[in-house]
Every structure is written in structure tokens, then in C-alpha cells.
Design a protein around this ligand. Structure first.
Ligand code: RB5
Length: 144
């Protein structure tokens, strides 16, 4: 059965990890909305964070994955959009708690700081964890 569409984007530093995670998402049965970058040429990560924000607001995707060198710049840029809750995750525990407690709708990875296996673990934990709601919803509401 087809799963929800997931958008993915990166800058040049995250381009290779983007392709790997794109493949993983497709293997898991998701429609993948690839927002670029399309190669290793230098680009600016805020442009791809903005493209992710649009893909989430116009309904092309329900969740997203963003990648830059550290994951820091692209998460700062993504979180300037009120409807985006982008969580930079370094391991599967981060990714699980980002979903359970923060209802993160975008997983952010650092290609220079996390290896492929860790990135893969983060994606799996992120997609397989539900938001717990309750007291956490109250906190999310205060940010919306
Ligand atoms: C690009 O060289 C690098 O600055 C970017 O990918 C990211 O790490 C910024 O936070």
C-alpha cells in the first residue's frame, strides 16, 4: 500500500545523503517529492528550507527530510516558517523524541556529522513514531 508522500531536500553538502534517503523512502513505499538540490554544485540551504515549507503547506507532502552539512543552517532556516517544526537529529533517540514530544514534521540530518547508517536509523525512527499529544500538544500550540 502507498504511504504518505514525504518531501526531501538538501544543499550541495547533503546531496549524496539525500539520494540515499530518497531511495530508502521509496523502498518503504512512500511517494518521494524531491525538491533538490540536483547536484554537488554549491547552492544556498535557505532556498531548500523554503521549498520544504511550501511543499508542506500546499499539501504535496505531510512530512519532510532536510539535509545540509551539519543540519544546523537548514534547520534554522526551516524553523522560520511557523508551520514547520524541524528537528536536527543525531541519532534514533533524537528522532523518536522529536516525534513523540515535539510533533516534528521535518527531520533534519547533517551529512558531515552523521554517517549513512545513523541517517537511516533516524529516518526509520522518525517515520515509525507517533506524536504523544496531551501536555505536548499544549506546548506545540504555544508556538503556532
Ligand atoms: C555548506 O558548506 C554548509 O555551510 C552547509 O551545508 C551547512 O552545514 C550549514 O549549516
Amino acid at each position: 500500500m502507498s504511504q504518505d508522500a514525504i518531501a526531501i531536500a538538501s544543499d550541495h553538502a547533503g546531496f549524496e545523503v539525500k539520494n540515499e534517503m530518497s531511495k530508502l523512502l521509496a523502498e518503504l513505499g512512500h511517494a518521494v517529492v524531491d525538491l533538490g538540490a540536483n547536484g554537488p554544485e554549491s547552492v544556498d540551504y535557505p532556498d531548500f528550507a523554503d521549498a520544504m515549507a511550501v511543499a508542506l503547506s500546499d499539501g504535496r507532502a505531510s512530512q519532510g527530510v532536510l539535509i545540509c552539512g551539519t543540519g544546523i543552517g537548514i534547520s534554522i532556516a526551516a524553523n522560520r516558517h511557523r508551520h514547520v517544526r524541524a528537528a536536527r537529529c543525531c541519532d534514533a533517540t533524537d528522532a523518536r523524541l522529536a516525534r513523540q514530544h515535539n510533533d516534528a514534521n521535518v527531520l533534519v540530518l547533517g551529512s558531515r556529522t552523521s554517517g549513512s547508517e545513523t541517517a537511516r536509523d533516524c529516518v526509520l525512527a522518525f517515520l515509525n513514531t507517533e506524536f504523544e499529544g496531551g501536555r505536548h500538544q499544549r506546548r506545540i500550540d504555544k508556538m503556532s
